[in-house]
Design a protein around this ligand. Structure first.
Ligand code: A4P
Ligand code: MG
Length: 177
């Protein structure tokens, strides 16, 4: 069964555009129909960080969202994603989350499925609170409604979200070379 999947991509270490581009190339290879693969605008965003003062330890991210059609099951897609992250030099320190990373790929939406397993929570629980996810997701899916039924576009206009700084970049076209 072919499902439409939205993935959040982020990179905060090394050649960030190259990491996002390599991710897009690898993800396109997973598509049932590679011509349907699309990427949103790339945004530059400060790290949502534990210590706001430390921009050296937590450099800015490039973030975007991509849409693809795949026949893979969710767990198989997650495994493929982890391999793509490893190929981009992602190193996971055991027990450490939210570290700077060459590449992070999160499954935001998987068709209309709701998953709550030990390895996957879908829709991704961070969607509603992160402008760096909401904005590119809405670029691709303007009518998206959050799990609680609110329009994501209305959430994006909330002062709590608008106060999060994001800057669109000119990198989008480079991702699909
Ligand atoms: N996992 C559960 N659900 C999912 C899902 N829907 N998609 C599990 C992907 N993975 C999912 O992820 C930890 C585990 O989450 C995985 O093994 C998987 O089984 P990870 O990639 O190893 O660690 P992480 O990314 O550091 O943690 P986490 O909880 O995924 O954090 P997020 O949500 O990715 O946030 N600031 C800016 N500006 N831009 C960013 O992209 N990203 C983060 C990390 C923090 N601050 C950021 C950004
Ligand atoms: Mg992650």
């Amino acid at each position: 069964m072919v499902e439409t999947v939205y993935l959040g991509l982020g990179s905060s270490l090394g050649d960030r555009v190259a990491h996002l581009r390599n991710a897009c190339t690898a993800l396109r290879a997973l598509c049932a129909d590679p011509t349907l693969f699309v990427a949103a605008t790339v945004y530059e965003t400060p790290h949502m960080r534990l210590n706001p003062a430390d921009t050296t330890l937590y450099p800015d991210h490039l973030n975007t969202v991509v849409r693809l059609e795949t026949e893979l099951a969710p767990e198989a897609l997650l495994e493929a994603i982890h391999e793509i992250e490893r190929n981009c030099g992602r190193i996971r320190e055991p027990g450490q989350r939210w570290q700077p990373r060459t590449l992070d790929i999160d499954i935001l939406l998987f068709g209309d499925r709701q998953l709550h397993t030990s390895s996957l929570v879908v829709p991704h629980p961070g969607i509603a609170d992160r402008r760096f996810v909401l904005q590119p997701l809405l670029d691709l899916l303007p009518d998206y409604r959050l799990a609680d039924g609110r329009l994501a576009s209305e959430r994006l206009a909330d002062p709590e979200i608008l106060s999060q700084v994001i800057k669109s970049t000119a990198h989008a076209d480079e991702l699909l070379l």
